[in-house]
Write a protein that binds this ligand. Sequence first.
Ligand SMILES: Nc1ncnc2c1ncn2[C@@H]1O[C@H](COP(=O)(O)OP(=O)(O)OP(=O)(O)O)[C@@H](O)[C@H]1O
Length: 318
Amino acid sequence: MSDEWAIRTTGLTKRFGRRTVVDRIDVAVPRGAVYGFLGPNGSGKTTTIRMLLGLAAPNAGEMWLLGHRMPAAARQVLPEVGALVEGPAWYPFLSGTDNLARFDAANPAMRPRDRQRRIAAALDRVGLSHVAKKKVRAYSLGMKQRLGIAAALLAPRQLLVLDEPTNGLDPQGTREVRALIRSLAEDGTTVFVSSHLLSEVEQICTHVGVMSRGKLVAQGDLTALRRLHRPRLVIETPDVERALRVLDDLALRDVQREQTHTGSTEPRISAELDGVLPEDVCAALVHAGVRVRGLRPDHGSLEDVFVSLTGEGFDVDG
Ligand SMILES: Nc1ncnc2c1ncn2[C@@H]1O[C@H](COP(=O)(O)OP(=O)(O)OP(=O)(O)O)[C@@H](O)[C@H]1O
């Protein structure tokens, strides 16, 4: 498998009993990407991550991490991969440093001689040096999550896999973790991050894969996915019937009467622009005597694209 992919799977499948929870997915994460693995709860994200990390065995399909076949190359590859899955359980009465020391000591590949230096560097990387000696029970959730990322960074990593790293965090904690992910990516680490929050993926990711009911329904860089939305034109006018005839004459597609929103009394219609310029539609409407009270192109949001792909909404409150 080509070296350009940090993660690649083909036909990856996991069944629990008769239920297929991951269904023949082809994941492609380019090196250097921040890849958002987006999907509602229960869509199969954690199961996929567990397979990638060798924590669960696939029923079918193939996978490669950093160009190496998994799970065959697990011993060689996994030391290059930092992971945060279901947040580590910390000892609340030990400090951040002492918790990381226990974590580090559990890994036989780590040289004890460098332990303190390694821990100090990891804490510094996630911005926790100032609380290194504080007991973890005094840490905020965001700090605990950053400590989890510090644990994943005790060794130099080419790839970081983070399962819902901002889940349960308050807005401040969320911002801290997002900023950390961005800065890790700037250092050249590939980051694979799962989330059920579209806004989160939009803010930090370069690429996205969308899971829905075990299937990967869309994948690519964010700009390319945005292009999947066909721009529409929204017109506000009291002369709906006349306007509809004009749009029909212009052969615009998917002409719809929009539901009137509370607070807005003006009837609205919309249509796919399909290459026609908004100003030409406006001129035709005015020429036909339609009173145009409002006219604007709607380029749509990423959410529109994903809802149309999955038929499900996303939690858009970051
Ligand atoms: N060990 C298991 N045995 C049986 N079913 C399982 C097991 N693990 C997961 N599932 C089921 O597989 C489906 C996918 O779960 P998974 O945890 O991968 O989804 P997810 O997208 O990560 O969602 P969440 O964010 O809620 O964890 C769910 O319906 C879940 O109940």
